[in-house]
Design a protein around this ligand. Structure first.
Ligand code: G16
Length: 569
């Protein structure tokens, strides 16, 4: 079917620079005339879309169906041959990564602002993924940003809207549109990775003393969790909650941490749930939280790496290397050293893992920001991490027929071998950009003049002493393509091996968000009491000193953080 291409004149908008993971702004910003169209045309101007297959999906948030139609119109006018679209515009971020890889697509456009709230007054996002299924690297997103600055028109075809609710292939102008089931391919993939019979056997035989609860926070993972946990593993339907994806996530903040996933935390505590878990808006984050047991994401990835052998995917293919983002605790480094594996420290952002995976040097990686994953796809994967944990628990119990092994047993055993990296993150959300920049400059000044080097600071509340051993701005040189990413966070190290990192978030949509990460290592020899203590207590002195050194409270005008991520036993 031929259809005419129309060229619509437009003018550039300021600030269409993709952040840590795509362009994220308020819905109202995207709804401005030409705003979304400009960014989409700029994506097509930065790639070579003629004759290619493109995947479209997302977390189903408010403004997604409209944007899918916009992408179809502009993409078709720019020569895209075929679109593969998740039914009702839904494909979790990991599922989309899988679909891009499985069907050898050229790339994909994901409509998500991840864990940011949705709805008409909240956030929307557009993110481009490349043919390996991972987020576009910075050289591609920078090109898009440059295009947005000079754009003068965009192309559309005139064609009726596509019915996104009907699975099947249709002709659309000069292109084809294939609407696919959002869940099917992903479930096939996970069944190839994990020992489903082992997990099912454990869960069935412990139906009364090992209860499971998954909270979808009304994000995209609900249908995936129902299919896997209830239909495949046979758990009762009461094992999942908030599993209907809603365009505004039911008014909640779909971020699986102790503050925003309170629906899970409350239910776990009230009903003595042994294994609780949650995922975020687009399904790439995860939190593991059982009764009295919280697993920090930094520990989670280290533990998965330690137990990799019980997961058929790694048993068969081996573990090539491990990695973490810079602010993530060094727990996974210790596993790599013990197992003799190569390991990497990359900047915050899943895109930095992709090259290492493509080069066959990385199998398991994670970030403190509740992201865990492997080279089975090129995105972090919330449901994957949750099933990995169930696989580990099932395997640990197979080896311990007389005593039920739970999350805390796994954690304590791990600390006994490797020691423990006490870790916490303080988030100061939506502070003034001016205050945040002043704080960054203040630390940079100390870096330049060396004024803090070798100075000792005493915590008033604990009496603990911390001597600054170094300050640096983290810079990463990609070992594969040799690209350099500078200014990826300011690190202050102390003579006892502790460290504090300050970083501006790249995913906020309003003002600035400052993150402060603190880490203190305790060796296995310290004994059970030191290893299994309360994180808030263990980190108190260091946090106090970090706040003083950075002058954070004064610069940001905030007495308390918005969110604290830490161990809560
Ligand atoms: C994104 C990235 C992650 C990153 C996180 C936090 O996650 O994919 O790799 O760790 O942002 O970034 P920031 O600290 O800059 O806010 P998501 O789940 O939002 O796509």
């Amino acid at each position: 079917m031929s259809s005419s291409v129309k060229e619509i004149p437009t003018k550039p908008f300021d600030g269409q620079k993709p952040g840590t993971s795509g362009l994220r702004k308020r819905v109202k910003v995207f709804q401005q005339e030409h705003y979304t169209e400009n960014f989409i045309q700029s994506i097509f101007d930065s790639i070579e879309p003629q004759g290619v297959t493109l995947v479209i999906g997302g977390d189903g948030r408010y403004f997604s169906p409209e944007t899918v139609q916009t992408i179809l119109k502009i993409g078709s006018a720019n020569g895209v041959a075929k679109f593969i679209v998740g039914k009702d515009s839904i494909l979790s971020t990991p599922a989309a990564s899988n679909v891009i890889r499985k069907y050898k697509a050229y790339g994909g456009i994901l409509l998500t602002a991840s864990h940011n709230p949705g709805g008409p007054d909240n956030d929307f996002g557009i993110k481009y993924n490349v043919s390996n299924g991972g987020p576009a690297p910075e050289n591609v997103t920078n090109k898009m940003y440059e295009k947005t600055k000079t754009i003068s028109s965009y192309k559309v075809i005139e064609a009726p809207k596509v019915d996104l609710s009907k699975i099947g292939e249709t002709t659309y102008g000069p292109s084809k549109v294939s609407i696919i089931d959002s869940v099917e391919d992903y479930v096939i993939l996970l069944k190839e990775i994990f020992d489903f019979p082992l997990i099912q056997n454990f869960l069935t035989s412990h139906a009364n003393d090992y209860t499971v609860l998954f909270d979808g926070l009304h994000g995209v993972t609900g249908p995936y969790a129902k299919k896997i946990l209830v239909e495949t593993l046979g758990l009762p339907s009461s094992s999942v909650q908030n599993c209907t994806p809603l365009p505004d996530f039911g008014g909640g903040h779909p971020d699986p941490n102790l503050t925003y996933a309170h629906s899970l935390v409350e239910a776990v505590e009230k009903n003595n749930i042994a294994f609780g878990a949650a995922s975020d808006g687009d399904g790439d984050r995860n939190m593991i939280y059982g009764k009295g047991a919280f697993v920090t994401p930094s520990d989670s990835v280290a533990i998965i790496a330690h137990w990799a052998d019980v997961i058929p995917y790694f048993k068969k293919g081996g573990v090539k290397g491990l990695a973490r983002s810079m602010p993530t605790s060094k727990a996974i480094d210790l596993v790599a050293k013990k197992k003799g594996l190569e390991y990497f420290e990359v900047p915050t952002g899943w895109k930095f893992f992709g090259n290492l995976m493509d080069a066959g040097r990385l199998s398991i990686c994670g970030e403190e920001s509740f992201g865990t994953g492997s080279d089975h796809i090129r995105e972090k994967d919330g449901i994957w991490a949750i099933i990995a944990w169930l696989n580990i628990i099932a395997a640990a119990n197979r080896d311990s027929p007389n005593k039920l092994v739970g999350i805390n047993d796994i954690l304590e055993a791990h600390y006994k071998i490797y020691g423990r990296s006490y870790f916490s993150r303080y988030d100061y959300e939506e502070v003034s950009s001016e205050g945040a920049n002043s704080m960054v400059n203040h630390i940079n000044e100390a870096l330049k003049t060396g004024s803090l080097n070798n100075t000792t600071h005493t915590s008033e509340s604990t009496g603990g002493k911390f001597t600054v051993s170094g300050i640096y701005n983290f810079e990463y040189k990609d070992p594969i393509d040799h690209s350099v990413s500078s200014n990826q966070g300011q690190v202050i190290t102390f003579s006892d091996g502790s460290r504090v990192v300050f970083r501006l978030s790249g995913t906020g949509s309003q003002g600035a968000t400052v993150r402060m990460y603190v880490e203190r290592y305790v060796a296995p020899e310290a004994g059970d009491k030191e290893l299994n203590g309360d994180a808030a207590e263990g980190l108190k002195g260091l946090i106090e000193v970090a706040l003083k050194l950075s002058n954070l409270k004064e610069f940001l005008g905030r007495e308390k953080p918005t969110v604290i991520t830490e161990c809560k036993l």
